[in-house]
Design a protein around this ligand. Structure first.
Ligand code: KQY
Length: 364
């Protein structure tokens, strides 16, 4: 049974743990929409299977699947992955799924954000998103965990926390008029603080160039531990990402966290600019009610979009000259984690990466 709780996590003594704190497991959703995933979804399904397989070596993985894909997903996924029927419109559980919070007694609850598919009808990523909106509540029903309904249009990829009271986000996303046009910055901060139990919000101006989420922070930078941040970077001043990373770097270096620590910032060189090929674009179904992805469009590739499992980092790789360097840098930042690089271009073609298709459930 999952009860709807009418107070806030902060009032009840719950907080969102950092991603590196112990997990009970990881949630994913199965990719199948033919306007997001090329060639009927098959290449993306193979990529998701590999992500699930690798994470399931370290923690339990649950894959939510629409009824018509249950048999296919069950057959493609290893038996170590739990497959449950859980309807969705697409496969971005970081964004539409529950965000988990814990208290000192080891209890876990979930936050159900108001999901509008990254900008509602203004963005028109796809329509409808009614099943995505139910994903968080269904996850919590399956786990018998109580649920907070947060009065904020937002996605899980639009913030990162250090588990010690600090939150990172971008102005480009959370202050975008297609999310919460009637709320002031101060009101948004209050809600973040009430629901995630944070004291300090560090606002970065913009996210990654051409990121269709309006600049999710989870593609730009993340905490590696309290006081330490990894940031996607390029030294190429002619690249539109340069300005964005440079302004984020300045904002991070001049900020202090909730415990008044300055932040150490590690630059992770981005992959060379990538674009969608003609063949890839032609593999997508054209649907009136969905975002069009034309050939030649820049893909928002970044190594920052990795998932921290219990004892492992599952890291995007792009067949790029920077792949190995990203792995080395992350191994330095996470000396107690095994680094597992996975080719993730098929996930990137859908508009996100490994962090966007996963959601950790803390051990509580
Ligand atoms: O980056 C993410 N968190 C999700 C990207 C979703 C894009 C929708 N096509």
């Amino acid at each position: 049974m999952s009860r709807l709780i009418h107070s806030t996590p902060r009032a009840d003594g719950f907080r969102m743990p950092a991603e590196w704190e112990a997990h009970a497991g990881c949630w994913m959703l199965w990719p199948q929409r033919r306007d997001t995933w090329r060639n009927g979804g098959k290449p993306a399904q193979l990529a998701f299977v590999e992500v699930a397989r690798q994470i399931s070596r370290f923690e339990r993985v649950t894959m939510g699947v629409n009824a018509d894909q249950f048999e296919n997903a069950r057959a493609m996924l290893p038996s170590t992955v739990r497959v449950v029927e859980l309807s969705s419109n697409d496969a971005w559980i970081r964004d539409c799924g529950a965000t988990f919070v814990v208290n000192d007694k080891g209890e876990t609850r979930g936050i159900d954000w108001n999901f509008n598919a990254w900008g509602g009808l203004q963005k028109m990523m796809y329509f409808p998103w009614d099943q995505d909106q139910l994903v968080a509540a269904k996850m919590l029903e399956i786990e018998s965990l109580d649920r907070y309904q947060a009065p904020l249009v937002m996605e899980g990829g639009s913030f990162h926390v250090d588990g010690q009271g600090t939150l990172l986000t971008t102005e480009q996303c959370l202050l975008h008029p297609n999310r919460n046009p009637d709320l002031t910055r101060a009101e948004i901060e209050q809600r973040l603080s009430d629901y995630l139990n944070v004291e300090k919000i560090i606002w970065l101006p913009r996210g990654v160039y051409e990121d269709e989420t309006d600049g999710h922070v989870d593609n730009l930078c993340c905490f590696a531990r309290p006081g330490v941040v990894a940031l996607t970077w390029t030294d190429d001043k002619a690249d539109p990402q340069y300005e964005r990373s440079a302004e984020a770097y300045d904002a991070l270096r001049s900020a202090r966290d909730a415990r008044d620590r300055p932040l150490e910032v590690h630059k992770i060189q981005q992959p060379d600019p990538m674009t969608m090929t003609k063949e890839e674009a032609e593999g997508l179904d054209v649907v009136d009610s969905a975002f069009l992805r034309p050939a030649g469009e820049r893909l928002a590739g970044s190594y920052i979009n990795f998932y921290i499992a219990n004892g492992a980092i599952v890291l995007p790789q792009f067949n790029d000259r920077h792949d190995k360097d990203a792995g080395r840098k992350l191994a330095e930042l996470f000396p107690n984690h095994q680094i597992i690089g996975l080719q993730s271009r098929e996930i990137l073609l859908g508009g996100g990466n490994i962090h966007c298709i996963t959601q950790q459930q803390p051990a509580g």
